[in-house]
Design a protein around this ligand. Structure first.
Ligand SMILES: [Mg+2]
Length: 160
């Protein structure tokens, strides 16, 4: 439950071709440290270009544990469906799947954290994809979580 199905070196490697080759037709995307640096509202230009290309090909749903006001501003700028705070890993994924109108086996859950994105995506039977965090938060708590995550930052049964 804690291992991702795939580990990619960056979000830019998640192309429509890569997704289609795995039978995936929609994406549930994490915000903080996946699409943009934690706590910021500006999306890096390479990620913006990547996202435009992806959403032209398949539906993308933003699912975040961010606070609602900041999330709403980012979401509006991107013009994507989504909601926050999702209380990942326990809540939010089923609502996202309903919005995408796809079975979980056809949906990629993409994020930087094991205990929210990967666990939550695995619990609903989606195809989980782990990407490296854009920026390490300096809080002790996050360093502690990263330490707990370390054994799981590779695909199930594989090496990466
Ligand atoms: Mg994140």
């Amino acid at each position: 439950m804690l291992f991702p199905r795939a580990v990619l070196p960056s979000l830019l490697h998640l192309t429509p071709e890569w997704l289609r080759a795995r039978g995936l037709k929609g994406v549930i995307l994490d915000l903080d440290n996946t699409l943009l640096p934690y706590g910021e509202e500006e999306i890096p230009s390479d990620h913006r270009t990547w996202l435009e290309g992806l959403k032209a090909e398949m539906p993308v749903y933003l699912l975040s544990n961010a606070l609602p006001e900041r999330f709403a501003r980012v979401q509006k700028a991107l013009g994507l469906p989504g909601h926050a705070p999702a209380l990942k890993p326990w809540l939010g994924f089923r609502k996202a799947l309903r919005a995408l109108e796809l079975p979980p086996s056809q949906v990629a859950v993409v994020g930087d954290q094991i205990f929210t994105d990967v666990l939550g995506g695995n619990l609903v039977g989606a195809y989980t994809v782990l990407v490296p965090p854009l920026r390490e938060r300096e809080f002790f708590y996050t360093r502690f979580i990263r330490m707990l995550e370390a054994p799981f930052r590779k695909p199930r049964g594989g090496t990466a």
